[in-house]
Structures are given as C-alpha cells and as structure tokens.
Design a protein around this ligand. Structure first.
Ligand SMILES: [Zn+2]
Length: 369
C-alpha cells in the first residue's frame, strides 16, 4: 500500500462526530455581509471581520463568538436565511470528514416560529444526508442571559412540536451571573418529556461546582466545556469512573487569553489534564468560523500542541460515537465502519506524527477499559 497521506489529509478524511457546534457560529463572513446587505443593516467588511478570529490583528478588539450570535440572530429574518446557513455549515463540515453533527441553536433569539425554523433546517439536513452522507440533528439551547421563564417558554416550544431531529436541550451564552441551577425548571420539564440534557458548565474559568450542579441537580448527561473539573480531583475521578462525556474545545478563547504564551497554553491546558486523568472527552469546534477552527484543526491541535498520538485520536473518535444521542445499533455500525476507515487511512500516512516523549499523552484504548 502506498503511503501518500499527510497528517492534515488523514485528519480530513477520518469519519468523526461533532457534538458541540453553535449553528450561527458557522456563518461564513461573506454570508454575514450578504445578509446585512439584503436587510440594509449597516456593516462594513472591516466591522464584520471583528467577529472572526482569522482576521484578528494585534491591538484590535475582537468581538468574539457570543457577540457574533447576538448580531446574527436578529439578522436572520427569513426561513431561507436559515436554510442558507444550514447548507453552508454542512458543506464545510463534510469537507473535513464530519459525518454526524448535533447543532445548538437558540429559539428564544429569533422571532421566527420554532416549528418553521426546525422544518426549514431539517429539510436542508435531509438533502445533505442524501448528497454528502452527513447526518445532522438539533439541540435547542437556552440563552442563559435571558430569564429562566424564557427558558421554560423555549422548552415548551420544543415539547409542543416534537420532532425526530430534535434530540434534547442545552444551555449556552455567558455563565457568570447565570449558573445552571437558575434554569432547573426548564431542564426538569424537558427531562419529563423525554428530551436529552446537556449544558455549558464551568466555561470561562468558572467554579467546578457548576459541573457538579449540572450533573447532580439538573441531571445532565453530557457537559460542554467543564474545564475547572480539573481543579477538583475527586469530582474528576468520579467523571472518569462514570464515563461522563465532556465536549472540549481546543480553540476556546478563555485559555488563549489566560495563557497568551504559546508554551504555557499548550502545557497547562485543562484538555491535557482531562486526558491524562482518562476522562471521556470529545473534541469540538464550538464556533467554527468565528473561532477560526474546523473539523481538522480541532484535532490537529490535539496532536501538535497537546501531545496526543494517533491511538489517542482513535479513542477520541470512539468517544464521539459513544456520546452521540443515537440508538445503539446506529453507533455500533459507526464503530465498525468509521474505525475500519481510520485504520485503513492510517496505513496510508506518509509517517506517524512525531511527538516529544516528555509531552506525549497516552490516551489509547486502555483508557476506557
Ligand atoms: Zn459552546
């Protein structure tokens, strides 16, 4: 067999699941500009670029992912706008080997009817599934900067319009003054109606208690981010033992700001600590275009900066399948097909990545046995 694949090509071709993707975080720059033009919203290209990390310059204030969502929700004013975004995000995703996506979106942030947006998005998902062999599902998410009562209203929308492509609920936006316990009624209601539960907890360096509360009081099945769990070894050991999935984001802005020195960032990052402890982590892109990441870069960072080898990457692919909200027979099929593909492509690599032994993380199959 000829060895012809570079590491980037390999990472682009291996099938993988993406479980933490904010739909509007994947809006392309040109699309944002087109939509502003369509609705006569004043927006220069220079202003638009302040939402996109790829265009960041020193001394320039970046607005970031949450500001981008706050700008985009009022900008998407028709069903067709949502369909354009859905088409483009799935096109980008399939181009990096993603085969399964669960998208967060915030029904409280649009004035369009919940059922119409859901159907519009799903119609594009179905087309993409046929054309590109990528399947997509929805997780309506609570905007925690709004009131707990609005969260209940959002959950009621999901309950009143049950849909096979709507799997569960999440919570996102700024956590500082809005810990997850404020939203317990919305979560309880969702749980009583059979919706699955995930939530952003302990992002932005906030206390590990937010993870514990998410698990024990709210009943979350998955945690998004959750990095400060590393500050409580007992809680971390429990999460390892129970195999609780954490979606983790290598491009998360908090740690890039906390440790602007690259060496410090790559050695101290909690994703490394979580991996070393044997936690069930799943790499995720979060805000794809806003954070200048994608389905390849997200994994490349883990190898080149955080010290994962390809046995470790293979285990991360398994974690993504395990944590997907799909029936077990579907996941069993993916384990067989995706891992066979992984192993085949691995044999075509020009060479395995070279990892500094002092930085290498042993995150192979032994981790979860
Ligand atoms: Zn997120």
């Amino acid at each position: 067999m000829s060895r012809s694949l570079t590491l980037t090509e390999f990472l682009c071709q291996i099938p993988k699941a993406e479980l933490h993707y904010h739909l509007l975080g994947g809006v392309r720059l040109n699309t944002m500009l087109d939509l502003a033009k369509k609705y006569n919203v004043a927006l220069t290209e220079k202003e638009a670029k302040t939402y996109y990390r790829a265009y960041a310059h020193e001394n320039e204030v970046m607005k970031g992912g949450i500001a981008a969502l706050n700008f985009l929700y009022p900008l998407l004013r028709s069903i067709e706008d949502y369909q354009r975004v859905a088409f483009e995000v799935l096109e980008d995703a399939k181009n990096t080997g993603i085969r399964y996506v669960e998208f967060f979106w915030n029904p409280s942030d649009t004035s369009l009817p919940y059922n119409e947006v859901t159907e519009a998005l799903v119609s594009i998902f179905k087309q993409a599934e046929t054309a590109w062999d990528i399947s997509a599902y929805l997780i309506p998410s609570i905007n925690r900067e709004k009131s707990p009562e609005e969260a209940i209203t959002m959950v009621e929308m999901a309950i009143n319009y049950p849909h096979p492509r709507v799997l569960g609920i999440g919570i996102d936006y700024r956590e500082d003054n809005a810990p997850i316990e404020h939203f317990w009624k919305a979560y309880r209601l969702a749980q009583q109606h059979g919706l699955r539960l995930t939530g952003h907890c302990a992002e932005f360096g906030l206390h590990w208690r937010n993870v514990e509360t998410g698990l024990d009081l709210i009943g979350l099945e998955r945690i998004d981010h959750g990095y400060t769990v590393t500050e409580n070894p007992t809680l971390m050991a429990r999460c390892v033992k129970e195999g609780i999935p954490f979606t983790v984001v290598p491009s998360n802005t908090f740690f890039l700001k906390k440790w602007p020195d690259h060496h410090e960032w790559r050695t101290k990052h909690p994703i490394r600590v979580m991996a070393k402890a044997g936690m069930k982590i799943i790499p995720a892109t979060d805000d794809w275009h806003m954070h200048d990441t994608n389905g390849v870069k997200c994994y490349q960072i883990l190898i080149e900066d955080f010290g994962f080898d390809l046995d470790g990457i293979r285990q991360l692919i398994i974690n993504g399948i395990d944590a997907a909200w799909q029936p077990e027979p579907v996941k069993q099929k993916w384990r067989y097909e995706w891992l066979n593909r992984f192993d085949l492509l691995r044999q075509k690599l020009i060479s395995e990545p070279t990892i500094d032994p002092s930085h290498r993380i042993a995150y192979g199959p032994q981790i979860h046995r």
